[in-house]
Design a protein around this ligand. Structure first.
Ligand SMILES: [Zn+2]
Length: 63
């Protein structure tokens, strides 16, 4: 199973990357995340949840 072929666990269909808006600490970010075209379930990787959010926190603290 390759890493860019993510499947929805519920629907068993490949997830499609979509641009979505992330809200975090009153800021909005545009990110591309894989989402199920059937049930709309978005897959947020741990890397995104931890890594990117940590980067955001850092950049906010730098101000
Ligand atoms: Zn689904």
């Amino acid at each position: 199973m390759s890493e860019d072929e993510l499947y929805c666990l519920k629907c068993d269909v490949p997830l499609e990357p979509i641009k979505t808006t992330f809200r975090y600490l009153k800021h909005e970010f545009y990110v591309e995340i894989p989402r199920c075209p059937v049930c709309g379930q978005a897959y947020v990787s741990e890397e995104l949840a931890n890594g990117r959010m940590a980067n955001v926190e850092r950049s906010l603290e730098d101000k």
